[in-house]
Design a protein around this ligand. Structure first.
Ligand code: C2E
Ligand code: MG
Ligand code: MG
Ligand code: MG
Length: 282
């Protein structure tokens, strides 16, 4: 009897699973081609605002894929594919190279860009060629390392904290800045956090979302900001969508904000207009 059930389950689920697997495989192949062809992937840039000066102090580069059939795909759709098929390191290298190329394009156009932050995946951070890759990209592009910030998630940085310190120190020696992304969602070992040569914590949007209604989230935001300042780190709040959220973060002495309240991530051209002063932030 059990065998019959198992067979039925097999017959029922197999076609659906293989459709999914086929689609996944196809997307994987297409992502590989997109990476080679270098004409479907793009970076969008989301502004970061300093809460005290009201100035634009940074841009976060966020990857997008203009798929020929499916239109614009967000990283949530294809980064897991890249992770699962060994493409993530190549994708991360493409991102760093494109950030440097974009800085050069803005320079050539006379557009003054602030520091640009790129997200570094766990596999890229663990890559034995990371430092050599970065050195090569910087040398090829001529970009000043001081114009780049690397975002590492809290979980990535805490996976092997001793080796994180060593790699972060090497990155810092080159003049690159480091931020801890999605702070508050992982498990931070505070003894290590204090030894990481990082300059900023990005307070995860999970704590920003209900800041107005949820006193606990407010308490967490205050505590993270106070602790960060004690450790001489700045805090950028992610996912700020409303004016009351901005006001609460300012009252909590948060340093900077990023989110839809200011701007969605912008294509390079639109971002250039913003940087040139053609469009104002609220
Ligand atoms: P993240 O690094 O934490 O980036 C912030 C995400 O929040 C972005 O989603 C951004 O569009 C979104 N966001 C910004 N402001 C708001 C807001 O006010 N409200 C809401 N609800 N969301 C907001 P996105 O672009 O879909 O990226 C998702 C994640 O994918 C990123 O999270 C990052 O972990 C990853 N990712 C994106 N680009 C790259 C990349 O080039 N390399 C790597 N390794 N990961 C990337
Ligand atoms: Mg990020
Ligand atoms: Mg984040
Ligand atoms: Mg996130």
């Amino acid at each position: 009897h059990a065998e019959t059930d198992a067979n039925q389950a097999y017959a029922f689920y197999t076609p659906a699973l293989s459709d999914q697997a086929r689609e996944r495989l196809q997307l994987e192949g297409e992502l590989r081609e997109a990476l080679d062809a270098d004409d479907q992937l793009a970076l969008h840039y989301q502004p970061q605002l300093d809460l005290r000066s009201g100035r634009l102090i940074g841009l976060e580069a966020l990857i997008r894929w203009q798929h020929p059939r499916l239109g614009w795909l967000s990283p949530g759709r294809f980064i897991p594919l890249a992770e699962g098929s060994g493409m993530m390191n190549a994708l991360g290298i493409w991102v760093l190279r494109e950030v440097c190329r974009q800085l050069a394009r803005w320079d050539a156009a006379g557009v003054r860009a602030p520091v640009v932050a790129a997200n570094l995946s766990a596999s890229q951070f663990a890559s034995p060629t990371l430092l050599a890759d970065i050195d090569r990209i910087l040398a090829e592009s001529g970009a000043a390392p001081e114009r780049l910030e690397l975002e590492l998630t809290e979980s990535t940085s805490m996976r092997d904290p001793q080796s994180s310190i060593a790699i972060m120190t090497e990155l810092g020696r080159r003049g690159l800045r480091i931020a801890i992304d999605d702070f508050g969602t992982g498990y931070s070992n505070l003894a290590y956090l204090k030894r990481f040569p990082v300059s900023r914590l990005k307070l995860d949007q999970a704590f920003v979302r209900d800041l107005v209604a949820d006193a606990d989230d407010r308490a967490i935001a205050h505590a993270v900001i106070a602790m960060a300042h004690q450790l001489r780190l700045e805090v950028v709040a992610e996912g700020v969508e409303t004016e009351p959220q901005r006001a609460l973060l300012a009252a909590a002495d948060c340093d900077a904000i990023q989110g839809y309240l200011l701007s969605r991530p912008l294509a390079a051209q639109a971002c250039a207009r913003l940087l040139a002063g053609g469009a104002a932030l609220p």
